[in-house]
Design a protein around this ligand. Structure first.
Ligand SMILES: NC(=O)c1ccc[n+]([C@@H]2O[C@H](COP(=O)([O-])OP(=O)(O)OC[C@H]3O[C@@H](n4cnc5c(N)ncnc54)[C@H](OP(=O)(O)O)[C@@H]3O)[C@@H](O)[C@H]2O)c1
Length: 283
């Protein structure tokens, strides 16, 4: 298998991300198939726009593919993998969904049990295209990962190998999304609270002055742990304010509970970051 040769790739299924991934594969000269059975008109329209070739049944698609990418709602990832395992398939199967490493492990066991080569994948970034780029992280056996990297090199979906251990790509996605998605939810709660008290313009002004690079500031975390004794009751005050406004208090309460794990680090801002982070783990 060489990355340079045009290959045939199946995408399960052409959603917002799957269709964009498929278009990137097409831009590198590969033939991309989609399976229309059971899919909606919206998926069909996306598939047509992305230049995919329609195959009506999954067995026919699998018989033609060198690689299949599963890009579907995370809750459907296991069933999609099982449907491929039940049919059998001789190419590489990539699960590129936002699933836990444990889910990835279960899914990989079903596929490898059917003799299928599995690669753990995770997509980070918006659907790639003229405006945006994204990364496809890949963890799995060297040869199929190399093949997949070859398929996408030069496209706007940058393939990035993460080594041979299945689960590493899924773990990266979980770590990234745990921050990215939770921070969006936190922003919604903060804005609802500001709206309730008619201070939204001032909140937006402060938001403009904030660092947007919180996840990048790993070395700042010891100072968070050192001040946890003070932030913990502050989070409880926030929970009271949210409650009074009829807003969800769970995130503030959960943050307060996490801060409590740093009780022993009070005012110790010089602790090593690794030690501070290790404190969050249940022994
Ligand atoms: N969108 C993003 O910006 C983004 C970014 C990073 C990663 N991702 C990852 O990409 C994956 C797909 O996201 P998406 O945004 O493309 O979702 P989406 O737009 O909702 O599309 C999901 C696709 O899967 C199909 N599908 C829905 N329910 C299914 C089921 N029960 N079984 C099998 N297929 C089903 C849909 O087909 P029908 O509608 O025809 O049923 C559709 O073609 C997720 O794992 C997500 O984490 C997305």
């Amino acid at each position: 298998m060489t990355g340079a040769a045009p290959s045939t790739v199946g995408v399960l299924h052409p959603g917002a991300m799957g269709a964009a991934v498929a278009a990137q594969l097409g831009s590198r000269g590969h033939t991309v198939l989609w399976c229309s059975r059971g899919r909606s008109e919206q998926s069909r329209n996306r598939a047509v726009r992305a230049g995919l070739r329609e195959v009506s049944a999954l067995p026919e698609m699998l018989a033609r593919c060198d690689a299949v990418l599963s890009v579907c709602p995370p809750a459907a990832a296991f069933d999609v993998a099982r449907s491929v395992a039940e049919i059998g398939y001789g190419g590489v199967y990539v699960d590129a969904n936002a699933v836990a490493p444990e889910t990835m492990g279960r899914l990989a066991a079903v596929l490898t049990g059917a003799g299928i080569t599995v690669v753990d994948g995770a997509i980070i970034g918006p659907p790639p295209g003229a405006v945006h780029t994204a990364r496809l992280y890949l963890a799995g056996p060297t040869e199929p990962v190399g093949f997949l990297v070859g398929l996408l090199t030069g496209s706007r979906l940058e393939p990035v190998g993460l080594g041979e251990t299945t689960g590493r790509a899924s773990a990266l996605k979980m770590a990234f999304a745990s921050f990215q998605k939770a921070s969006r939810v936190l922003a919604a709660v903060a804005h609802s609270l500001a709206d309730e008290h008619d201070v939204t313009d001032a909140l937006l002004g402060e938001a403009d002055r904030m660092s947007g690079r919180i996840l990048a500031q790993r070395d700042y975390l010891p100072s968070v742990a050192a001040r946890a004794w003070r932030w913990e009751p502050e989070m409880q005050e926030i929970a009271r304010t949210l409650d009074a406004a009829g807003l969800p208090t769970e995130l503030a309460e959960a943050a307060s509970a996490v801060l409590a794990r740093w009780d022993a680090d009070r005012d110790l801002a010089e602790l090593p970051t690794d030690a501070v982070l290790a404190r969050l783990r249940v022994p």
